[in-house]
Design a protein around this ligand. Structure first.
Ligand SMILES: [Zn+2]
Ligand SMILES: [Zn+2]
Length: 298
């Protein structure tokens, strides 16, 4: 597992690598522009080349770019729709320039119109955006907490989008533990998690799973409320270790998007807690497997 965090890219995008290194990360996620403004940041070539060089030095195994929150490919408002497509395109271009491994984005909200109508707006621009992927760069849909008309609240919805795009070979999935929890999947329970992962494999394919967002939740199971909590401080607590230890997730970048101790994102201590939680989870999973094997031979 590549332990990672979302970090600020203020002061130049290559600073994100310096920050990830200070946190002791193996993976990093950044915004390639201010997430609350449509206007893209022009990255100087010196910055993108320093980013790539520093990444090598720091041994960062995975780089993920998160698209801005304003993006809504399902919006019926032509202006918002056009801006959303342009913003995602700009994120893809910046991601290519820094040789990122994935762009993660939220599909947005159909605002009550339903998934079928939303698909008519989503599919065509996504085809164009998928043309910007390459042998390294994937475009990943993130599962959502399920508030309002947000799309991606279930594996069925993610699968409908993947199908509508003819199962494009560079269309990936980013799974957020907090969003899964809020949408009703108890990721702290072994049997529930096994079943949910099996469903994801059946409908979408685990080869599409490129990235995890690892967030504890400050909201109740099935509440549809997207409220991240720092590792060990939310309602999942040590149960988040069950999620981290799932065999299907090993080797993936596991990115913290948590408030952290001062509300400014995770610190090095939290990245260490993530690592400990993962290792404990794996140990517990082995013990459970051994106990089961013991029972079946007894
Ligand atoms: Zn997320
Ligand atoms: Zn969230």
């Amino acid at each position: 597992m590549l332990y990672g965090a979302h970090v600020s890219s203020s002061g130049g995008i290559s600073k994100a690598i310096d920050r990830a290194e200070e946190l002791g990360c193996d993976a990093v996620q950044v915004f390639t522009q201010s997430p609350r403004m449509w206007r893209p940041t022009a990255h100087a070539p010196e910055e993108t080349s320093r980013f790539r060089a520093r990444r090598e030095e720091a041994g960062i195994g995975s780089v993920v770019c998160h698209a801005l929150y304003l993006v809504n490919l399902a919006s019926p408002d032509p202006d918002i729709h056009r801006k959303s497509v342009a913003a995602l395109g700009a994120t893809m271009q910046a991601a290519s320039a820094i040789e990122a491994d994935a762009v993660v984005f939220h599909l947005g909200s159909h605002l009550g119109a339903g998934l079928d109508e939303a698909l008519t707006r989503i599919v065509r621009p996504l085809r164009g955006l998928l043309d910007l992927t390459d042998e390294r760069l994937w475009l990943c849909l993130e599962n959502c907490a399920g508030a309002g008309g947000t799309i991606g609240r279930s594996t069925d919805e993610l699968a409908a989008v993947v199908e509508a795009l003819e199962r494009h070979e560079r269309l990936g999935i980013c799974l957020d533990s907090c969003h899964w929890w809020a949408s009703g999947v108890d990721v702290t329970d072994h049997a529930t998690l096994d079943e949910a992962v099996a469903e994801l494999d059946r409908l979408v394919g685990l080869e599409r799973l490129r990235c995890l967002h690892v967030n504890d939740a400050a909201s109740a199971l099935g509440s549809n409320l997207d409220r991240h909590a720092s590792v060990g401080e939310g309602v999942m607590g040590r149960g988040l270790g069950t999620f981290l230890a799932h065999p299907a997730f090993q080797g993936l970048p596991a990115i913290l998007e948590t408030p952290g101790p001062e509300g400014r994102g995770p610190d090095a201590a939290e990245v260490r807690r993530l690592r400990d939680l993962h290792r404990n989870g794996v140990r517990n999973a082995r013990r459970r497997a051994a106990r089961r094997a013991g029972r079946s031979t007894a």
